[in-house]
Design a protein around this ligand. Sequence first.
Ligand SMILES: Cc1cc2nc3c(=O)[nH]c(=O)nc-3n(C[C@H](O)[C@H](O)[C@H](O)COP(=O)(O)OP(=O)(O)OC[C@H]3O[C@@H](n4cnc5c(N)ncnc54)[C@H](O)[C@@H]3O)c2cc1C
Length: 511
Amino acid sequence: MTEQRTARPIRSVAIIGGGAAGWMSAAAISKMFGRTVDVVLVESEEIGLIGVGEATVPHLSAFNRLLEIDEAEFVRQTQGSFKLGIQFNDWGQIGDSYIHGFGTIGRDVGMLPFHQYWLKARAEGRGGDIGRYSLNTVAAPLGKFMASASDAPPNSPLAEIAYAYHFDAVLYARFLRRRAEAQGVRRVEGKVVAVHRGGTRGFVETVQLETGERIGADLFLDCTGFRALLIGDALDVGFDDWSQWLPCDRALAVPCEKVGPPTPYTRSTAREAGWQWRIPLQHRTGNGYVYSSRFTSDERAADLLMRNLDGKPLADPKPLRFTSGMRRRLWDRNVVAVGLAGGFLEPLESTAIYLIQAGINRLMQLFPDSDCDPALQTSYNAQSAFEYERIRDFLILHYHVTQRTDSDFWTYVRTMAVPDTLRHVIDLFVANGQFFRSGTEMFGLTSWVQVMLGQGLYPQSHHPAVDWVAPADLHALVDHVEKVVASNVSLMPAHEQFIARCCAASAGRAS
Ligand SMILES: Cc1cc2nc3c(=O)[nH]c(=O)nc-3n(C[C@H](O)[C@H](O)[C@H](O)COP(=O)(O)OP(=O)(O)OC[C@H]3O[C@@H](n4cnc5c(N)ncnc54)[C@H](O)[C@@H]3O)c2cc1C
């Protein structure tokens, strides 16, 4: 017989930190549990937010639906634009370009994914670039965008278009703050200077502000960014450092004037010691150089970034430092770390906001009583570690599978030993193009396959079952998919037109 537990329900949650992690948590928890749980958020204007984090992945729309956020309103208020994928330039080799588009590649037939048929067609000199079979990948460089057409037939690629958003990070936090406060979240301005613990399990009982005021709660969310005040400083939970595989540890971020219509994709251009991002918004373009301090200097990085902007800079470059990796436990005692306090995987695939969202969802699913049952924590921590590690491997793939030899940085990442889990994915793909999504890992077949091929990793063969298909049928399939994609893209409006029609921001609203 299991013992009857006597813990009382959680009545109060204190969120420490008001960046994207803090306000996303506040908005979601107050929406789901607001009737029974008091939510307070403490933030310090003096410390401010990190202020980057402007590109997302498609999962964010599920978070918006949970919060009943109107998409047009959200895009308008955050100066947002739409993202069909990421264009990777100069990654496999200087001069290469490919797009990691969201959505699907072609049409799966029988038990096999489309790319298996394409591999054979290509070997026979028939198939074009894999990007030609993805709506997102064809539409993005043409500057086309639309949301899914509700009146399209169900098997039309226009019926379900996978897309994400770009937005102004500061406006996003403000947008969420308004929603959270409207849902009853109490905001406290102030700097936390001490964390007080007690009880038999060393739970955090209160945080103390500079003014002397103490804020207590049953459950604390550490959303203090890289400072990690609770999970790191107070609870001393260690950090797994993954910089041997992801050596970029610094960034310079700078906005510039926009010089044309916003592109419906993020751009990532590989540079001598890292890569440069370009994120188009309605009112400006966000840029940054993510680099490894082991392989270049801050001065050289700043010079390279400023020489490669496509518009007039609107500020001085803002320096940021980080280490890719994660806390050994994201949930410890009655503290859950959300956002940068818990870990960071460099921004190559725009996954940090997704990880915040996933952490909040997981917490809501495993929402504890006030005793914070260790079984719930174990599950939370194991699921989080799995998710981080699989994304980590996906990021490492971009660096490792390269033919670049033009700098010490590229030589290092090309020749480094990679985690066994990634080695296995690469070996499997090289053998005959197979990819299996591991459990609930975030990136699926479309993403892995596009990046492996885009980086120049081609399988030696294809699945044997493809040989059972008559060559004429195989070629007809590949040609048909290409035509369907092209004809549907031709029906899509320009991204700029779409924004103007549904969600143009007012001119004055800027961060
Ligand atoms: C170079 C770079 C590029 C990035 N690009 C992307 C991207 O494209 N897409 C993406 O999804 N993510 C990206 N990210 C990650 C993204 O910026 C963060 O995940 C996101 O902004 C959430 O940050 P946060 O809320 O955890 O931390 P922060 O924004 O740093 O917020 C921390 C909060 O804690 C408060 N605080 C700290 N100490 C105290 C204290 N003592 N007392 C009171 N309050 C305190 C601060 O005032 C602030 O409100 C990027 C990150 C970096 C470094």
